[in-house]
Design a protein around this ligand. Sequence first.
Ligand SMILES: Cc1cc2nc3c(=O)[nH]c(=O)nc-3n(C[C@H](O)[C@H](O)[C@H](O)COP(=O)(O)O)c2cc1C
Length: 333
Amino acid sequence: MSVISRNERAAAAAGTGRDIVAFAVRAPSIHNTQPWLWRVDGTRLELYADRRRQLPVADPEGRHLAISCGAALQHAVVRARALGQTCEVTQLPSPRDPDHLATVHLYPGRPDQDARAECELLARRRTDRRRFTAWPLPEDRLDELTSSVEVPGTTALTLREAARRVRVGLLVSRALLAESSDPRYGAEQARWTEPTVDGGVPETHRPTPHPRLGVSSRYDDPAAESLERDAVQGTDGLIVITTEQDGPRDWLRTGVLLCRLWTGAMSAGLSVVPLSQVVEVAETRSALAEELSPAGVAAAGHPQLLLRLGWQEISRNPLPPTGRRGVDEVLLP
Ligand SMILES: Cc1cc2nc3c(=O)[nH]c(=O)nc-3n(C[C@H](O)[C@H](O)[C@H](O)COP(=O)(O)O)c2cc1C
């Protein structure tokens, strides 16, 4: 009798684990690479980096891979809490295996209503690259957003001052130009923008070309002249996520913060688009760090990801979800 109930408990735990992983794969990831693998072991979920899906040219250190995995980790935790599990997360639990990024221990608890609401937002979340409306974003909206979420070791900085915003926009343009003149980068990007059912950025989700300038983002072939004016719009809200240190643990935390900011922004009716190029190129990354350090943005630390925020037109159709690998493809035996 006790053996049956133990088996039942094991089956229930496996079902819960699978459900959590099925939700975690909906996380945003660089180029929709989905660079994660999971192992469900009873009431323990293990998250691993899938190095086969790392971008060796744009992301040789694995920074954006780990940020993407941090986003998946946050999805898993929120889903688990919504299902009535209490979670204890250990990041980088195995010194001998740096690809083992986190373990989530599940304990029985009660379904958390806030987590349920957050799951609903995460399920609707999309990277919507359609042009934002020109309605200016009140600064206090961004401040409310950045001060409402706290993840240890990370900071979300609102870029307010007009001159600083222009300079950061130019850094983004410089990064785009640097990448577009590197054929290795182009080849890598092409791989992830080919139409596939379960990965990459589909054509439907790439930005519509600017009516006057013709291009608008990394997913088009950028023309030098247009980029300067186009990478970041004057009315965009801009947030930079920075961290105190600059290692895998900080990158994971950035992914956690990214998701928390994203759902916060959605609750305020805002759309979010991450911009990673300025951090991918070493020269613009250090220029961005310098830009953030002068008085006014104290103790800025290491920039990890820039976010553009703005309003989508109310009448716009919601975007369909982008493809994902199936649960069986990301589950380790
Ligand atoms: C670390 C990271 C970096 C990203 N960088 C960019 C970017 O530079 N430009 C962009 O348009 N989208 C960027 N994205 C968004 C992904 O392309 C997007 O999450 C992915 O295509 C899946 O689509 P979805 O977010 O709509 O589910 C990034 C996402 C993450 C997690």
